[in-house]
Design a protein around this ligand. Structure first.
Ligand SMILES: [Fe+2]
Ligand SMILES: [Fe+2]
Length: 314
């Protein structure tokens, strides 16, 4: 082994690197990433940061990305076309952030103002924006990041088709509305974390390091949304989340639409991709449920005070 390959190995964020990984080796990389980026300690820190955010909003810092060093040689163990299609999909998932933030703000402002502010900022009486929410500030860095990665890998600019946002719809039942919205947000952060984690398992070097930046934001958001929802809604909350596995499968179906046709290598690659992604979703949920046991009512009250009355179980 020469010096440069030692160096290349030492910077891999997903543990051991295999030039042609089989399924179990990719799984071991996914597990490694989960232990590294979603340890109980990290999840706990991300959640306990939330009350501090309410008092003193501050954006999570990113490591510098070495754009010029990103090359398609850093894609490992998967057809580059599939990897690049997943990056393109990330660009779509990440837009339009302003509309997402507004939707959340509308649901949250009556239920928990500090959280509404964290996500969607504050407004003057006439509706002008006074301050952008931290969640929005962090999220709006993601689309340009994936666009740039795409461009660096392909040499082309990506034409993106932003998702459509449903927007705020009140049913007249505040608890139910906020509840549904929280579940949807958690599912989105969970899905994004899983997809970016998968991208990191199949990359190395500057490419992997770039993806690690938005991925850590998603984990941070996931822990915050999860924890505060657990605080507001208590136990009933977890059973409801199980139903959202369906949503995640929907995300996969979305990918299926772009499934490459007429190329056997890609077809096989796609089947494996789906298996690995389902593994990642499930493995992440196991970790979150494990962490969830630490979220006792006493601990949550210490962080956020008494749960808001209007959201308490009816
Ligand atoms: Fe994001
Ligand atoms: Fe997110």
């Amino acid at each position: 082994m020469n010096n440069s390959s030692i160096k290349e190995r030492s910077v891999d964020l997903a543990g051991n690197q295999y030039p042609h990984p089989h399924y179990l080796q990719t799984r071991s990389r996914i597990n490694y990433l989960i232990e590294r980026y979603l340890s109980l300690e990290i999840l706990q820190q991300n959640l306990s940061d939330l009350p501090r955010q309410f008092k003193n909003p501050h954006q999570r810092r990113w490591e510098t990305i070495d754009w010029q060093a990103i090359t398609s040689n850093q894609i490992i163990g998967v057809a580059p076309e599939l990897f690049i299609a997943t990056v393109a999909n990330a660009v779509e998932i990440e837009t339009p952030i302003r509309a997402y933030a507004m939707e959340s703000w509308n649901y949250l402002q009556a239920a928990h103002f500090p959280m509404a502010r964290f996500v969607g900022g504050t407004f003057a009486a006439d509706g002008t924006m006074l301050e952008v929410g931290i969640w929005e500030k962090e999220e709006r860095q993601h689309r340009p990041t994936f666009s740039k990665i795409y461009q660096q890998l392909t040499g082309d600019k990506l034409q993106s088709h932003p998702n459509s946002v449903k927007g705020y719809e009140s049913s007249g039942n505040l608890r139910e509305d906020v509840y549904k919205h929280a579940i949807a947000r958690i599912a989105t952060e969970w899905g994004a974390t899983s997809v970016y984690l998968w991208l990191m398992a199949h990359s190395t070097g500057a490419l992997q390091q770039a993806i690690a930046q938005p991925m850590q934001d998603e984990i941070n958001h996931l822990a915050k949304f999860w924890g505060i929802s657990r605080w507001a809604f208590g136990d009933s909350y977890l059973t409801r989340l199980q139903g959202t596995t369906k949503n995640l499968m929907g995300l996969l179906k979305h990918h299926q639409g772009e499934r490459p046709k007429g190329n056997d290598v890609l077809q096989i690659g796609y089947a494996l991709y789906a298996v690995e992604l389902v593994f990642t979703f499930a493995r992440l949920m196991v970790q979150l449920r494990h962490w969830n046991q630490m979220l006792t009512p006493d601990y949550l009250e210490e962080l956020f005070g008494l749960p808001p009355q209007q959201l308490a179980a009816s």
